[in-house]
Design a protein around this ligand. Sequence first.
Ligand SMILES: [Fe+2]
Length: 443
Amino acid sequence: MATKLPFHLRGNYAPVTEEVTALDLVVDGTLPPELDGHYLRNGANPKSGWSPHWFAGDGMIHGMRLRDGNAEWYRNRWVQTKQLNDPDARTIGKDGVSDRTVGVNNTHVVSHADKILTLVESSFPCEISSDLDTIGVHDFGGKLDSAMTAHPKICPLTGEMHFFGYGFFEPFLTYHRVDASGQLVQSEVIDVPGPTMIHDFSITATQIIFMDLPVVFDLDLAMKGGMPYRWDDDYGARVGVMPRSTPGATPRWFDVDPCYVFHPLNSFDAMTSGGQHGAVVIDTARYPELWRQDSAGFKNDAALHRWHLDLDSGAVTESQLDDREIEFPRVAEHLVGLENRFGYAVGSFGDQNALVKYDLSDNSSTLHDFGADRIPGEAVFVPSAESASEDEGWLLTFVYDKPTESSHFVVLDATNMSADPVASIALPQRVPFGFHGSWIPSR
Ligand SMILES: [Fe+2]
């Protein structure tokens, strides 16, 4: 009897086999003319048809070019990594030596200093053009000496890109800062007790925030070839807060209840409970536990939580803001590290497949429910104008239609979540469920 394929190779997780270009797509509704740029989204799409884990497939970018109310093109392209073209290439070779120029670059795609970078947390970035052609590995002129997270943070105040790299071997964690022109200008080793999986982090206007949570490297799992991380009851859980202004500073660590976080929604400088400056707030999609035995036992039970850390007294306050399961939380890019009122996430509640808009001023939320048969991916918020109020703009995402096994690119009005989409564009092929994307406005 044939073995049932793992979830990440079935249904809309299954890879597509073709690179397609489609021009002048039919728009159902009206594409706002303010949307002038590229929506790009990365995801795992194993070229061989097989990968041992959802996170291990070759990176493929699906892109939309929007201009003057038109959808000029849809394209999908594999990131032409070394690993795509040489299946024997490995980030960690059989001799144990790391080669960060090798990676699947499947997790995120971001734009900084006029470069578009595809990212995976094991490796160096790989630069692509806005037409999705691969330019090559980008190691910041040879200065990058660690892997790069797929979740860098671009400070809207300074234009700097902050990021980190983590790995199995010491140093386990390194912080990096790239200036607004794209030069890597600071790298600092951060002391942590051991090698943990650190998927994402946060910034505020004044602080860098690391999460050192109890999903630890396991050599036995590594030898078996899957995701080499599992839960560890003995590791503890801590959040580190490090001032941005002081090169060489070390984080101050705050113990928190054990949990795992792939993705923060946002963080910002806040007031202490006594009404003084000197606290940070971190909102996250928090899992009570992750991968107790190994990464096969995945249950999506992340819910929106808030940590409030008082930098004076050391007090940690943890609160759950919603009891529903959500993932892929996002905030408007111009508010990364700054106080936000609104946030967006993907939620599946019974027969509802929804994009959720949180209003954190009163912990309320509104939904766009796509229904039982239509499933949205991560939504990216695009403001309608520089001077627009916080939620004036659009949410962009790919939506999968189960009965027809087809996909649409969908634009929602973020101020009117329950309304029909502003625009919906049928795509020439299915877009598999992926990870993260960005809106890259034209200059
Ligand atoms: Fe992620």
